[in-house]
Ligand binder design. Structure first.
Ligand code: SF4
Length: 350
């Protein structure tokens, strides 16, 4: 996940809650999960202002720290999964470089999110080499751990497909079938989380409810959130299916009776929108309050955060180095026993 902004309800429902399920063996699925703060990826759109990302160093600051704290507050457990910072495992950059040599430009230009993001983000120039090559770096991120599965939504399938194509091309070119593993999509149906203006919740649209919003801010955002436009007056009946606030109800209201109460009250004008939204706020708070409490605990102990990240970086590096040794050997770039550096060469010449 990119540390390019604060996390919002869409990130919680669309990714984090699923990641927690995947790490938890006791909920039926046990995976050896790697989750990371993609600080280099965040540079593709924040290259002019890298300070906000707060990565690239030994301490974790800015959006990177916010991301780490939210990972942990949402329930990711460093005892059960590996949590690390992309820029602290340099092998990602090396594999990215090598894969970029074999990736045809046409593959990158047809990735749908390339055009979509350029259209979405208007305040920055995304006509860069790094932005076009984003899927190659993403492929390196996946292939370096020989990941068998990647949890993705339907809209991210194209990215995974290009990763599979790059892995196939690498294995084909360098004659060794299984150096890079083709990952499978672990498709998950995520509910679409609407923002307060009814469009998809996104920080680019300035319509998000953030996990770090204060309770008063959350209340204000929900109370002023868009509803079914047919309900102009309290006595006008509405259709909950046309109401973004009701979509949030569907996601965050666990009681069926309460959901039925909101839908029925809307259709018959038996309840007003304020009443309906107050029930939604109550349910949102039930989900978010434990997350907020854990956030505060982690924010109070920066040394614990550094320790968690250091250990995660170490575990990720071990796995990444192993893959890179096989990759270098397959390409004949080294003897397979490790990095051949300039200093080793100099030693040899002495
Ligand atoms: S009553 Fe609830 S579901 Fe109906 S329009 Fe108002 S907020 Fe939306």
């Amino acid at each position: 996940m990119q540390p390019s902004g604060r996390l919002h309800l869409g990130n919680l429902v669309g990714a984090l809650q699923n990641w927690v399920r995947l790490q938890d063996a006791d909920r039926g699925a046990a995976y050896d999960c790697f989750y990371f703060i993609a600080d280099w990826h965040a540079l593709t759109s924040n290259y002019a202002n890298p300070g906000v990302i707060g990565g690239f160093g030994t301490s974790v600051e800015g959006f990177s720290r916010d991301l780490l704290v939210n990972f942990l507050a949402a329930g990711l457990d460093p005892q059960k999964c590996t949590i690390f910072m992309q820029s602290q495992v340099l092998e990602h950059a090396e594999l990215h470089l090598l894969l970029s040599m074999i990736t045809p430009l046409g593959w990158l230009e047809r990735v749908p999110t390339f055009k979509e993001k350029q259209d979405e983000i208007k305040d920055r120039d995304l006509n860069t080499y790094g932005f076009l090559g984003y899927p190659v770096l993403q492929s390196a991120d996946i292939l370096i751990y020989r990941a068998e599965h990647v949890p993705v939504g339907e809209d991210q399938r194209a990215h995974l497909e290009i990763t599979r194509e790059i892995a196939r091309r690498f294995n084909h070119l360098y004659g060794q079938k299984n150096v890079l593993v083709e990952p499978e999509a672990l498709l998950t149906e995520f509910p679409k989380v609407p923002g307060v203006d009814g469009r998809k919740m996104s920080k680019s649209y300035d319509n998000a409810v953030y996990l770090s919003d204060a309770p008063e801010t959350l209340q204000k955002k929900i109370l002023t959130m868009m509803t079914d436009p047919a309900r102009k007056r309290r006595t006008d009946a509405g259709d909950p299916n046309l109401c973004p606030a009701y979509q949030l109800h569907r996601i965050f209201t666990s009681s069926r009776q309460e959901l039925a109460w909101a839908a029925e009250g809307c259709r018959t004008a038996g309840i007003g929108c304020i009443e309906c939204k107050k029930a939604l706020i109550k349910n949102l708070l039930t989900v978010l309050e434990p997350i907020w409490t854990r956030r505060q605990e982690f924010l109070k102990s920066p040394s614990a955060l550094s320790d968690i990240l250091r250990e995660g970086n170490r575990k990720a590096s071990v796995a990444a180095r192993e893959t890179m040794e096989a990759v270098r050997a397959a390409m004949g770039a080294a003897d397979g026993s490790g990095r051949v550096g300039v200093l080793d060469e100099l030693d040899r010449l002495k």
